[in-house]
Design a protein around this ligand. Sequence first.
Ligand code: CP
Length: 306
Amino acid sequence: MNFQGQHILSTAQFDSEGMLSLFEEAKKMEKIMIDGGSDILDGKILATLFFEPSTRTRFSFESAMNRLGGRVISNADMMATSSLKKKESLEDTAKTVSQMVDVIVMRHPESGSVDKMAQNSDVPVINAGDGPNQHPTQALLDVYTVWKERGGLDGVTIGMVGDLRNGRVPHSQCDLLKHFNVKFVLVSPDELAMPSDIVSELKHFNCEVVESNDLVKSLPEMDVIGMTRVQMERFESEEEYKKYEGVYVLDPELMKKAKEDAIILHPLPRVDEIAVELDSDPRSKYFEQVGNGVAIRMALLKKVLE
Ligand code: CP
């Protein structure tokens, strides 16, 4: 699977072979991080264009580019401070920015917006999250974390807990994990269930899927406890969101029911889904997950730009 010069817009671009080759590259990148960096992307420039808030994804891409010897120009608030404010179109923004850099990373609240950017860009565009649609690099780093922690993916029971209707991360994770022999345990309130087309796709790939709204009952069988937050920004009103606030909270008492060797993941940011007391539980891997994100993005930038 060759990603050189390619846009990275969707998890649909990755099969098991492509993922495993990226994961092997990411392992090499972890060594580069320990050794103090590399100059393999010397002379290359990345633009990060963010139309939605971010801590991890933007810093992670910028850290990755810097660690490989490249440079970064960045706008963390495109909606307010770019010429889009003067009614320039997204298409013209793409044509303009792509004259100045070698690769673009973009986050936007609308599904399909990053594809639109890519269609008008002369350089590769990487999707850093487009509305409720996709967040491919987050899903890649999540699956990489499971692969590293469990020594592989086949035979693993993956729990996904929270707002599975609106969460772009669980959608993207399903699209990657369907290529492996994994079982899915999907836990959400009925109204926030995983979209039925995604569940059908998992079954089409012969994955076993169990849907539930009871975390207490479902927890003991999970090897991976994938917590997610209720996606406040995707609700029509605060009142609607409040109905689901605190619906699932993982705490030390509940974790007594989990496997001794289960791992807890979360794409972060967390609101209240994981009690802070669990941060010192050796099963909690969500901050290591962030570090794995830098390695995955280094690997991806190398593959796209080399
Ligand atoms: N996981 C994630 O996308 O975090 P940020 O919103 O902080 O980038």
